[in-house]
Design a protein around this ligand. Structure first.
Ligand code: R2B
Ligand code: URA
Length: 307
């Protein structure tokens, strides 16, 4: 096991732009950000993305386009038809509204980290100043009313450790998965002004699967009993875990390692102590998915009001 923890003094350039720690990159003629369909030779990344201050990522293309539209309205920025900036790659969708970048990352850690690492390189090449990144997502809640929002204070992996563990050249590399405390508290304060739903700060289990990996009984396979499931969920509750999704550990770990402040804000779609299936109607689900956007939108608009 190889424990990697540079997070504390993650380097930044004096202008606030991200410093990439990989020396090999400087030997590249040009860097191809393959899944974004961009590169450092044919695109003027500082001109295109140098003004980015906030990045927001989330699972679906639809939700991230909705977020781009929403933030354009909040900041009173005319949207330019919102072209998908990654359309040459077809993998993800990315939209830009003024200083806000909104991108989809698909389901699960491997899909999310490919997008996230290329976004980190993009921000560094563009010389974006002190950027902040949010993930707006969905999740299963533990003992809280569906529709409530959770702002993650830490990510827990499938073996209940606070780290993102990834095999690298035959060995597991472990990176701590703790979120920025101050950003978490600022968002929680803003969310507490919202009276239509509750927001909690707590741990998030990042599972590598939606079914058995989240102790569901309704997958095609199930090798445990309902009481095994309930005792596992109560262990999670005892550890301070409030919700279960599929990205928190890697998102916390890689953003912290990059020196990029981050927060994971997820609405809960189901109380997992009561059921496994996600049963609310489509319109309720869409309304709930706006809740993390409301909190992030308010944070971003406050940021610009106070400058
Ligand atoms: C929440 O929802 C998705 C699975 O339905 C996954 O990306 C996650 O973290
Ligand atoms: N996303 C998850 O990963 N789990 C849930 O229960 C709901 C959404």
């Amino acid at each position: 096991i190889w424990i990697k923890d540079h997070g504390i003094e993650a380097p930044k350039n004096s202008d606030g732009s991200l410093q990439l720690r990989n020396r090999h990159l400087s030997t590249l003629q040009r860097d191809v950000l393959y899944h974004l369909g961009l590169d450092t030779e044919n695109y003027d990344l500082p001109a295109m993305f140098g003004d980015v201050k906030f990045v927001c990522i989330g699972g679906t293309k639809h939700r991230m386009k909705e977020f781009a539209k929403y933030i354009a309205k909040v900041l009173n920025i005319p949207d330019d038809g919102l072209p998908n900036l990654t359309k040459r790659s077809h993998r993800y969708a990315m939209y830009k509204v003024g200083p806000i970048l909104s991108a989809s990352h698909g389901i699960g850690i491997p899909s999310m980290t490919v997008l996230l690492q290329e976004v980190i390189k993009l921000l560094s090449y563009a010389k974006a100043k002190d950027p902040i990144i949010f993930r707006i997502g969905t999740s299963g809640g533990l003992n809280i009313l569906p529709g409530s929002v959770v702002i993650s204070s830490f990510g827990l992996n499938g073996t209940l450790k606070k780290s993102y563990d990834i095999p690298v050249m035959g060995k597991i590399m472990e990176i701590p998965s703790i979120f920025d405390k101050r950003l978490n508290q600022e968002l929680l304060y803003i969310a507490s002004e919202e009276k239509r739903f509750s927001t909690f700060s707590g741990g998030t289990l990042a599972a590598d699967d939606f079914y058995q990996g989240q102790a569901r009984l309704d997958g095609p396979f199930c090798n445990y009993t309902e009481s095994d499931k309930l005792s596992f969920l109560s262990v999670l509750v005892g550890l301070g875990v409030k919700n279960i999704e599929m990205e928190a550990t890697a998102f916390a770990a890689l953003t912290r390692e990059a020196g990029l402040r981050s927060a994971d804000v997820c609405v809960t779609l189901v109380n997992r102590l009561e059921q496994d299936q996600v049963t609310p109607s489509k319109s309720v689900l869409l309304e709930w998915q706006q809740r993390p956007m409301l909190i992030i939108g308010k944070y971003i608009s406050k940021y610009y009001e106070t400058r």
